[in-house]
Structures are given as structure tokens and as C-alpha cells.
Design a protein around this ligand. Structure first.
Ligand code: DX5
Ligand code: ZN
Length: 216
């Protein structure tokens, strides 16, 4: 069964503690945390202090998606703030293997994110070294955008490589995930679905998470 990581980008920021508790009670598997620096993406969100503030309010793992330049400079801060899984953009890392090794040196899970235009080929030689690949199905920066259909081909390719090579990275998808697109992602081999607006706009979060998993 696929897992769901609600993105708190769509949460009520004035009420983050209650939002996190509500997501845990609604059956979320992870909390997806979107960190944006206004350079790598055209938007700014929050950083380690906010993550540290919400950390005591849930036992769910924190899936931290870094949309920032020079992520190496801040990995230790995100570890100390309570990140469990840290994903960096392949496009933002000149020495991606070094960055992955740094994350793993703290005993944390390391993920690599690919923008919609970035080929799987770009990370082919480090697939055996990472815990997760996050496929962006929108251009990162904002919630509420439409799913880019070609994403499905990338998931299929990643799933094929995983099977052929006996690897075990998690395949995660982020952006425009709803009832219809989640089904296509799951069928292509996705393990972990990120969803912001679909969950936060729903009247019943528990039901929304079940709908995304196609578990009814
Ligand atoms: C976009 C973020 C996403 C975003 C998804 O840059 O990485 O995690 O919150 O939002 P929805 O599900 O609304 O597309
Ligand atoms: Zn994200």
C-alpha cells in the first residue's frame, strides 16, 4: 500500500501545532516539509527553527524537502531540528554524492529530488547510494499546481531500474497529487505520495488520505 506525506505548505501556519496533530490523527505516514529559499525556487517558506518548534508534537517522521541552494551548509541544522529524511535537489548540488554522504553521516535517510525536466539518467550512478528518489510532478515553488503527465514515464523508468538492479530506494511523487493522479502514480510504482492542497482543501482529512491510497 502506498504511503502519504501531507505537505504542510498548505497548512494554517498560525496553527501549525494543531495541524500536525490533526494530520497524525488522520492517518498520515510522514509529514512533508517544504523548505524554500527564494533562490532555488521563486518562493520563501521557513527553516530549521520552525521544524524544531513542531517536532515535539508528533512522532511521525519528518520528510524534509530542501528547495535551497548550497544545501550542504544547512544539513546539520536540519538534522538538529529533527529531520528524519532529507531530500536535496540534484539540480542544486554540484557534488551530489558528497551531499548524500553528509546526510547519511548523521544517520539520516538521504533522498534526491528531480525537477520535471531532469532525466533519471542524471542520478543513475548514485541510485544504489540513496534511500529515496523524489520525482517532482510540478515545477517546485508553490502548492496547488497541475500534475505534469510525463511524470508517469519517469516513475515507470525508476521502478524498472529498481526491479532490474535489486535496489530498494523509495519512489516519492510531489505536486498536483489528487484522487486521479495518485492512482496513476501508484500503478507506475510510487510508494510515497506527497499532497498539500488535496488534503488541506478536503472536509475530511482521514478520508482524503484513504482516497489517495485508494484504500476504501
Ligand atoms: C511544491 C512543493 C509541494 C507542494 C505540493 O514545490 O514541493 O510539496 O506543497 O502541493 P500540492 O499537493 O498542492 O501540489
Ligand atoms: Zn515538496
Amino acid at each position: 500500500m502506498a504511503k502519504v506525506a501531507p505537505s504542510i505548505l498548505s497548512a494554517d501556519f498560525s496553527n501549525l501545532k494543531e495541524e500536525i496533530i490533526s494530520l497524525e490523527q488522520s492517518g498520515a505516514d510522514y509529514i512533508h516539509i517544504d523548505v524554500m529559499d527564494g533562490h532555488f525556487v521563486p518562493n520563501i517558506t521557513f527553516g530549521p527553527p520552525v521544524i524544531k518548534a513542531i517536532r515535539p508534537h508528533t512522532t511521525l517522521p519528518f520528510d524534509v524537502h530542501l528547495m535551497i541552494e548550497h544545501p550542504d551548509r544547512y544539513i546539520e541544522d536540519f538534522v538538529n531540528a529533527g529531520a528524519d529524511l532529507i531530500s536535496v535537489h540534484a539540480e542544486a548540488c554540484t557534488h551530489l554524492h558528497r551531499t548524500i554522504s553528509l546526510i547519511k553521516s548523521y544517520g539520516k535517510k538521504a533522498g534526491v529530488v528531480l525537477n520535471p525536466h531532469t532525466s533519471i539518467e542524471f542520478i543513475k550512478h548514485i541510485l544504489g547510494d540513496i534511500d529515496l528518489v523524489l520525482i517532482m510532478s510540478v515545477n517546485p515553488g508553490f502548492g496547488g499546481q497541475s500534475f505534469i503527465p510525463n511524470t508517469i514515464n519517469k516513475i515507470t523508468e525508476l521502478n524498472k531500474i529498481r526491479n532490474e538492479q535489486g535496489l530498494n530506494y523509495i519512489i516519492e511523487v510531489d505536486g498536483g497529487v489528487n484522487e486521479e493522479t495518485s492512482k496513476r502514480c501508484i500503478n507506475a510504482g510510487t510508494d510515497l505520495l506527497v499532497a498539500g492542497s488535496f488534503i488541506f482543501k478536503s472536509k475530511n482529512r482521514e478520508q482524503a488520505i484513504k482516497v489517495l491510497k485508494h484504500d476504501y
